[in-house]
Ligand binder design. Structure first.
Ligand SMILES: [Zn+2]
Length: 237
């Protein structure tokens, strides 16, 4: 992808994420892998609602600067680099602090039930990585196994991480994740959610191609989806 276009898209996604309330203040960080060993990312200490294309920083996969930069690399860049190293198939990452989804982790409530067809089809499940001190190597350690199998995950008491083939793909997954959390919050307020039954989940997994999803779901996701779904006729939580 041409660097100029990537800078424009990344700045636009930052602005949208801020407007949508997925980040506030100086929080969150976003990146695009331009080439095998070249990553464009948001600098630390800047409001994502005000990021300009020229503010973005180029590094290699070790985090070494590849061009003159006005700002410093994000303290959470290491998490992005860990995910890129683990997943050659992805080219963009969004890390934000969407309040409803993070609220579920703060409440100790997982978002792994198979409830919404779009989420089952596009994300499979949304696991939560164990708590890690933000901006330390603990964060990379906490996500490195999960990113092998999932494109969207929550970081306990912290935020969300989504992986995509483009920065728009990563952004839409972030949007789906937070929208799902909002829907689940409403369901809980109304008395609880009713997961899809195992038959319904398997039918959905079979039609994922209709949604343009080509990355195969791992056996772990499939079994997780099946286990989380109760038998038909017994769907109450
Ligand atoms: Zn964070």
């Amino acid at each position: 992808m041409p660097e100029k276009e990537a800078r424009k898209d990344l700045a636009e996604v930052c602005r949208l994420s801020y407007i949508r309330g997925y980040v506030c203040g100086l929080e969150g960080n976003f990146s695009i892998r331009l080439q095998e060993n070249l990553v464009l990312s948001t600098p630390s200490g800047i409001c994502k609602g005000r990021v300009e294309p020229e503010d973005l920083i180029l590094t290699n996969l070790e985090g070494t600067l590849c061009s003159r930069a006005n700002g410093r690399c994000s303290t959470e860049l290491a998490m992005h680099l860990t995910a890129y190293a683990a997943r050659p198939d992805i080219s963009a990452i969004a890390h934000a602090h969407p309040p409803v989804a993070v609220g579920f982790t703060v409440a100790g409530m997982p978002l792994t039930s198979c409830v919404l067809p779009e989420v089952v089809c596009s994300l499979g499940a949304i696991p939560t990585a164990p708590y890690a001190t933000p901006s330390t190597p603990e964060v990379s350690e906490s996500i490195k196994e999960l990113v092998l199998e999932y494109d969207a995950l929550l970081l306990d008491h912290h935020g969300a991480l989504t992986l995509g083939t483009t920065i728009w793909d990563a952004f839409y997954k972030l949007e789906t994740l937070e929208h799902y959390a909002k829907t689940m919050l409403v369901a809980h307020q109304l008395g609880g959610s009713i997961p899809l039954c195992a038959t319904q989940v398997h039918k959905l997994l079979a039609i994922r191609a209709v949604y343009g999803l080509t990355r195969p779901l791992s056996p772990a996701v499939l079994s997780s989806a099946a286990e989380k779904a109760p038998k038909e006729g017994a769907n109450s939580e």
